[in-house]
Design a protein around this ligand. Structure first.
Ligand code: C2E
Ligand code: CA
Ligand code: CA
Length: 701
């Protein structure tokens, strides 16, 4: 498979999940840091602010304490308005005055004790107003406030024991406003607010003006419930954002995976069988083969072809054909092991990847598969051909890493194509197949130039009368003397020419050259005998073949009786009527027509009955058999008789030994073409044979 496909699939499989995961992780970390930062910054400044306010209050108390001492007023009475415990230490750390319980436990006087539920509720003191009775010289209320903020506001003002406490945070407060504020005479309302406050008591110590004694006031770190709630809301909303991002991300990832899976499924599904397609086969197969743990497994790549598929579709319908393909696919699938793969590759071809231990058993398995799929429907028996390419174990897993399964499948296809006929069969790939293909390509590349450059040479193989040893004819046989490829025998090129259609050019070439040679020899005074030329089956399909041959011969001015046409037996399977017509035409032009290779392969007795042929060439195979108990002789003898009854001459081909020559002579065989008399030879040598007329004595001994 093209690596682009592989890349596409890999991309599909991987998607960008990891990108999302990275983004998500970064987001989570960033938001956590942000929240932590926010909480710490906001929290510490919040606490600091509170602490400062508390310190200011204690400082106020210390100032008032000193002031009242100075003014000769009982400090306890003055400080009572604060409602706070306090301790005054002299330079020697002796308690000189105190109010409430001394709860200090640690040095530094910052003993933080747990909130006392029974403790009197308090609110943040942000302003303190002097009592006009106590301090007539400071009759106007003065605002003491936290920090320098002039916008300290009040919502509640209460009066207690001749002093005013002002608290608050909402309305603007200024000296003039104080009269408008309703004064509350009790602390009762503090009780109401108690549950809305969180209080942490501790002690704050401040040095008094002598620099020696110390005033220690009890303080509370007081948080308003609303502040805490606000903080919690902010934290919660940040986490909510993170959480929702997380959910969105997860949904995105899951739907992404689902979508990619779906796309991948579509990418891998064959529309005809609804099973695996070729892309899937190559991808999954490559994956399996390349796995390290499979390095010891021998794989078989199989191309299985439903041979008569097109015909089936023509006879029934394309739909019916596709239905059968689906059945075949499911049948094969049912016979595979878990880790094996089957796919509908192309029109009538299936690709299989099998795992097996031995070659013998894979053949059995494929035979079983073929047996099953050929009976996939009740009313038909289908023909299947299989080509197998083996992927050998690769202990180091080196070769397989770069193995292209598509290439191997092609090789399996080539192996299958090497099965010539259309019967059920199994072919294993072997190296010669690749060589054959390469050779066929080389031949095809050079054939036209070879023809133009007259690299093809006509060899002549004489035919002798076994009764008299007299030269009676010859067969023209092609040879290729290629400057690049060397000497090429016909067996190495004729089948290729027959496949690629170039054979008709060859036939023309041979007829033209034989006619030309014959004419030249005739003019030179040789006693010419008929020379037969092979005409291929492919050529015989042309309806004007007889005219073509006549024209070719006439161009050279050669008498027609000096050229004979040989037809191979297989040619007789084509359109019989057309064939008879061509033969009759050739005969009417004065050309003799012979049936080549009679007795090889298919029975051609029927053809003999219909075709008005002049010569019967008995196949060389008749003279190859050993230990046949003389049966071949009976057949040959009867064939010669049959030919004579039909008024045909006989030529025995491939005769190499004297006994056969003598036997054929005794049976009145007209001619022998074989190594016993002569091998195919160049024209110059053949000229000598023509001159001698009889077989040279030295060769018969
Ligand atoms: P064929 O037409 O049956 O030619 C006879 C083949 O048998 C020749 O092989 C010849 O050399 C060989 N032969 C003859 N006597 C003996 C013998 O006693 N022993 C052995 N072992 N072999 C013998 P060649 O020349 O290699 O040709 C092979 C085939 O190639 C021919 O078989 C023919 O089918 C094809 N061919 C050759 N030349 C042409 C041609 O010009 N045109 C076409 N269409 N086919 C040709
Ligand atoms: Ca022949
Ligand atoms: Ca022959």
């Amino acid at each position: 498979m093209a690596s682009s496909n592989e890349r596409r699939i890999r991309k599909l499989k991987k998607g960008n999940t990891w990108v999302w995961l990275i983004i998500f992780t970064v987001l989570v970390v960033a938001s956590s840091v942000l929240v932590a930062f926010f909480v710490s910054v906001y929290g510490s400044s919040f606490v600091n602010e509170k602490l400062n306010a508390e310190r200011d209050t204690v400082q106020n108390m210390a100032d008032l304490y000193e002031k009242s001492l100075h003014d000769g007023i009982d400090p306890a009475q003055v400080l009572d308005v604060f409602g706070r415990d306090y301790i005054v230490l002299d330079a020697d750390q002796h308690v000189t005055a105190s109010e409430g319980t001394d709860t200090r436990g640690l040095p530094g006087y910052e003993d933080v004790v747990s909130a006392d539920e029974d403790d009197e509720g308090s609110i943040d003191i942000s302003a303190f107003l002097y009592d006009a009775n106590l301090y007539p010289d400071q009759a106007a209320p003065i605002l003491r406030q936290t920090g320098d903020d002039v916008e300290v506001a009040i919502t509640e003002v209460f009066h207690d024991m001749d002093a005013y406490l002002v608290t608050s945070d909402k309305a603007m407060f200024s000296e003039g406003d104080i009269g408008k504020v309703s004064l509350l005479k009790s602390l009762r309302f503090l009780q109401n607010r108690k549950e809305q406050m969180v209080k942490i008591p501790f002690w704050i110590g401040v040095k008094m003006s002598d620099g020696q004694s110390e005033f220690i006031g009890k303080s509370y770190l007081t948080f308003e419930m609303t502040d805490l709630i606000l903080l919690m809301i902010i934290v919660a909303s940040i986490w909510l954002i993170v959480l929702s991002t997380y959910i969105v991300m997860i949904i995105n990832i899951i739907t992404g995976i689902a979508r990619r899976r779906k796309t991948l499924r579509v990418f891998f599904t064959d529309p005809v069988t609804q099973g695996n397609n070729y892309i899937c086969y190559v991808y999954k197969g490559s994956e399996a083969i390349r796995k390290y743990r499979n390095r010891g497994v021998r794989y078989y790549v199989v191309n299985l072809k439903f041979v008569g598929y097109r015909n089936f579709c023509v006879c029934h319908s394309a739909d019916a054909g596709e239905k059968v393909l689906g059945e075949i696919y499911r049948s094969i699938q049912g016979m595979l092991e878990k880790k094996e793969i089957c796919a509908h590759a192309t029109e009538a071809d299936f690709a299989l990847l099998l795992r097996e231990e031995e070659t013998g058993s894979v053949k059995d398995r494929i035979q079983a598969i073929i047996e099953k799929v050929s009976h996939v429907t009740d009313d038909h028996v289908f023909v299947f051909q299989a080509g197998i390419a083996t992927i050998e174990p690769d202990q180091k897993n080196e070769v397989r890493k770069t193995l292209d399964l598509g290439e191997v499948y092609n090789i399996a296809c080539a192996a299958r194509e090497s099965l010539d006929n259309e019967d059920t069969g199994i072919a294993f790939f072997d190296e010669t197949l690749v060589e054959d293909r390469r050779w066929a390509e080389t031949v095809q590349e050079r054939q036209q130039a070879a023809l133009d450059n007259e690299e093809f040479v006509v060899y002549y193989q004489p035919k002798y009368d076994p009764r008299t040893d007299e030269l009676r004819g010859a067969e023209a046989l092609i040879r290729w003397q290629s400057p690049e490829l060397g000497f090429v025998p016909p067996g190495r090129m004729i089948p290729i020419f027959e496949k690629n259609g170039f054979i008709t050019e060859i036939d023309h070439y041979m007829i033209k050259h034989v006619a030309r040679d014959q004419k030249r020899w005739l003019d030179a005074g040789f006693r010419c005998v008929p020379v037969s030329v092979n005409v291929s089956r492919a050529h015989f399909i042309e309806s004007d073949l007889a005219e073509q041959i006549r024209d070719l011969v006439d161009v050279e001015g050669t008498p027609h009786e000096l050229v004979e046409i040989e037809l191979t037996e297989s040619a007789f399977f084509d359109d019989k009527k057309a064939m008879i017509h061509t033969i009759e035409e050739l005969k009417s032009f004065g050309f003799a027509v012979s049936m080549d290779d009679f007795g090889s392969g298919y029975s051609s007795l029927n053809s003999l009955k219909d075709m008005p042929l002049d010569v019967l060439k008995l196949d060389a195979e008749f003279f190859r058999g050993e230990n046949d108990n003389g049966r071949a002789e009976i057949v040959v003898s009867e064939a010669i008789k049959l030919a004579k009854y039909l008024d045909m001459r006989t030529v025995a081909e491939g005769v190499e030994v004297r006994e056969q020559v003598e036997f054929l002579a005794s049976q009145d065989c007209d001619m022998i073409q074989g190594y016993f008399y002569a091998k195919p030879m160049p024209g110059a040598d053949y000229e000598v044979r023509m001159k001698e007329r009889y077989k040279p004595k030295d060769e018969t001994e």
